[in-house]
Write a protein that binds this ligand. Structure first.
Ligand code: J5X
Ligand code: AKG
Ligand code: FE2
Length: 344
């Protein structure tokens, strides 16, 4: 929990956004047609593209080098050999399927309150767009019990156990990756208090559902964004995520069974003085419903993030120092402009 709970708090105050009853919609409503938004149109790329992000096995002795390289070139890679049990990954997916399969009235009982971070609802970034996304999400920050009880007054335990187990394992995996990455940044993990005793770190688990869509090429699953995190780890059985790469455009990340997708977030971008790419990504939809689970990790709110200075990462800082809290607030107010607002 922590600082991430404050994300987009203010942008939501004036609008209560409620997901559609997707199951009952036969044609795409005007409010959900994105076609006119030129190069941002979901229609542009439903294909894989000639190149795609690297696949890295964490057990490979060469993994650290490959990870650093991927952070620079793509800002995203797929990871195998990560140790997250297949059974747990499957359970997360099937619990998500159960949750989003509930009747709308039931799901609305766990609706995110205005300005609240956790619960059921449309993406937090929705107020920055004039069209709605073809999406419904369930955000977990800290214990999932409060909102899950509203969904299943009696039978919330199985869901909660799976999510808590997943949160713990994903947090540990994220911290393992951070240690690898910090080495290349010349940061001694042993001297980073919040990493040694990660109590204060902020995490969030986002379950995403992209309902079956009657008109996929004109709808947007999740609008282009970069993540407000140090690192995000994503799982999905089905493809749908696209990443933007300079020179290649929007590229579909083909799902590999058992692999997770790791992406660089804004904080790692700042820390690396802009050398690691905070990857812009979005989600396309199809006639078939898709689920994903994204785990966000950020340092505690009062930690100051400043670009590291070295031969490899530059002698001149490209960003001003920011507190995690302060940046989350700037992102919530200015979204895409947040990084440029803290440029030197
Ligand atoms: C911890 C986070 C990170 C959040 C906000 C908060 C909780 C949910 C995350 C997402 C999940 C869906 C995409 C996104 C863009 C959104 O709308 O909500 C993400 C956002 C961010 O990465 O900025
Ligand atoms: O569903 C996906 O593949 C991506 C989700 C995502 O980008 C997010 O939750 O931030
Ligand atoms: Fe994302």
């Amino acid at each position: 929990m922590g600082a991430l709970a404050e994300a987009y708090k203010h942008s939501l105050l004036d609008k209560q956004l409620i997901p559609l009853d997707y199951g009952s919609v036969r044609t795409l409503p005007e409010s959900h047609i994105w076609l006119d938004q030129s190069d941002e149109s979901p229609y542009v790329a439903h294909s894989t593209g000639p190149i795609s992000p690297p696949v890295i096995n964490l057990m490979d002795p060469d993994a650290p080098r490959l990870i650093i390289q991927a952070c620079e070139t793509w800002g995203v890679f797929q990871l195998t050999g990560h140790g997250i049990p297949t059974k747990l990954m499957e359970d997360v997916e099937s619990e998500a399927e159960k949750l989003f399969g509930l009747p709308v009235d039931q799901k609305l009982k766990a609706l995110r309150s205005p300005g609240g971070g956790a619960g059921y609802g449309l993406p937090h970034i929705s107020p920055f767009f004039n069209k709605h996304m073809w999406h419904e999400g369930f955000t977990i920050m800290g214990s999932p019990i409060y909102h899950t009880r509203q969904l299943w007054p009696q039978a919330y335990q199985g869901f909660c156990e799976t999510m808590v187990d997943y949160q713990n394992q994903l947090k540990a995996l994220t911290e393992q990756l951070i240690r690898i990455i910090f080495k290349s940044l010349n940061i001694n993990s042993e001297e980073v208090d919040w990493l040694k005793d990660s109590q204060g770190s902020s995490t969030a688990l986002q379950l995403n559902s992209y309902p079956a869509c009657p008109d996929p090429t004109r709808a947007m699953g999740l609008a282009p964004h970069t993540d407000t995190s140090l690192i995000t780890i994503l799982q999905s059985k089905t493809s749908g995520l696209q990443v933007f790469k300079e020179g290649a455009g929007w590229t579909l990340v083909q799902s590999i069974p058992g692999a997770v997708i790791v992406n660089v977030g804004d904080f790692l971008h700042i820390l690396s003085n802009g050398v690691f790419t905070t990857v812009r990504h979005r989600v396309v939809v199809t006639h078939i419903q898709r689920f994903s689970a994204a785990h966000f990790y950020a340092p505690p709110g009062d930690v100051i993030v400043s670009p590291v200075m070295s031969k490899d990462f530059g002698e001149v800082p490209r960003y001003r120092s920011v507190s995690v809290k302060g940046y989350v607030e700037t992102k919530g107010k200015h979204f895409e402009k947040a990084l440029s607002l803290i440029k030197k």
